[in-house]
Design a protein around this ligand. Structure first.
Ligand code: ZN
Length: 155
């Protein structure tokens, strides 16, 4: 899913345990894998990245997604979240970190990360790999609604 969605979900989970930053981190990370199970329209883009046919498009997508995520985090910390910032930060970090590790493996092929990469895509492709993914536009729209629902509950 969008990095922003993972960040928002991590923040929302962390808010439920404001005095337990480590638990917020762990559950934030768990929420990444579980939410990725929902087909969300980016499997073809990823396949295009791996095959070499859509590398630029995939990099552009991830870059924009990352910048939006940074603005999103700035936004909630300046408008919605004033207490328990450590736990919220840890929840966001846990929510986002799995994709960062996956990206590190994609770019640098660090052997030690291969297991993690497979673990991530086990969840990511659990449904979309077998039954097919959503079209990109539908996945995008679905994620926007999911994101809006999460954001409305933060703060
Ligand atoms: Zn992911």
């Amino acid at each position: 899913m969008f990095i922003t969605t993972h960040a928002a979900l991590g923040a929302l989970i962390a808010e439920q345990m404001p005095n337990h930053p480590i638990l917020a981190f762990v559950l934030g990370a768990a929420s990444h894998f579980l939410s990725d199970i929902i087909p969300h329209g980016d499997l073809n883009l990823y396949k295009g990245f791996v095959s070499g046919s859509k590398v630029k498009r995939a990099i552009a997508y991830v870059t924009i997604d990352s910048v939006v995520a940074i603005f999103f985090v700035l936004f909630i910390f300046n408008t919605k979240i004033f207490d328990h910032r450590l736990a919220i930060s840890m929840g966001i970090a846990g929510g986002v970190l799995p994709d960062l590790i996956v990206a590190a493996y994609e770019v640098f092929r660090i052997k030690e990360l291969k297991f993690f990469h497979r673990f991530h895509f086990f969840f990511h492709n659990l449904i979309s790999g077998r039954r097919g993914d959503l079209p990109f536009a539908s996945g995008f729209a679905m994620q926007l609604m999911f994101l809006a629902a999460i954001i409305s509950r933060i703060g």
